[in-house]
Ligand binder design. Structure first.
Ligand code: HEC
Ligand code: HEC
Length: 136
């Protein structure tokens, strides 16, 4: 009898695991409409941590450095691509992922992953434009 109840308990645990790990619908509840580099079904928590820790702190700028204001409003329209800095940031994201996967063997790396060796901060170190030695 005892054996069977252990098996039953394990099956319940496995069933709960399967149900709770069912992937989110990629047509996504996060409400983001213009992600071209980050996964479109990224969680709000992950996206915010990238925008704040990697981008804002990494470059020492505010959200409005890359994000344009909505027309007739002082609110930022995060989905808008009106500011060139946003597209530069996308190119930098692609470059950073490539450097990690090609030269540091951080496979399947994405911006925000703990496995990244080179991040925005590695070069930017809290400044929007990294300095080059001896160039001045
Ligand atoms: C260095 C530039 C940069 C900074 C600073 C920045 N972002 Fe972003 N943000 C981006 C880029 C680039 C994307 C699009 C990523 C992609 O295409 O996968 C994005 C996307 C977003 C989106 C998703 C919009 C959508 O619907 O597609 C939100 C929300 C957002 N950012 C919020 C913020 C907030 C809040 C801050 C400040 C805390 C911030 N960002 C700071 C570059 C930046
Ligand atoms: C290998 C070093 C390196 C990495 C990693 C890097 N950047 Fe840069 N980035 C630079 C350099 C150098 C410049 C300045 C280029 C110039 O002066 O023309 C720059 C410029 C920028 C600019 C334009 C700033 C301006 O004033 O116009 C943005 C935006 C930017 N980077 C975002 C990012 C983001 C976001 C990341 C992380 C996803 C990142 N960068 C990772 C080296 C790097």
């Amino acid at each position: 009898m005892k054996k069977y109840s252990i098996v039953a308990a394990l099956l319940i645990v496995i069933a709960i695991g399967v149900i709770s790990s069912t992937p989110a619908d990629p047509s996504s509840k996060n409400g983001y409409t213009n992600l071209k580099v980050l996964p479109r079904d990224i969680s709000t928590k992950q996206l915010q941590s990238i925008m704040i820790d990697d981008f804002e702190d990494g470059l020492g700028v505010g959200c409005n450095f890359c994000h344009a204001e909505a027309k007739g409003s002082h609110k930022l329209d995060y989905a808008s691509d009106a500011k060139p800095e946003k597209e530069i940031a996308r190119a930098m994201m692609r470059m950073t992922v490539k450097v990690n996967s090609k030269y540091f063997k951080a496979r399947h790396a994405m911006i925000g992953d703990k496995s990244l060796i080179v991040t925005c901060t590695t070069c930017h170190n809290g400044k929007p434009r990294p300095e080059s030695e001896g160039g001045e």
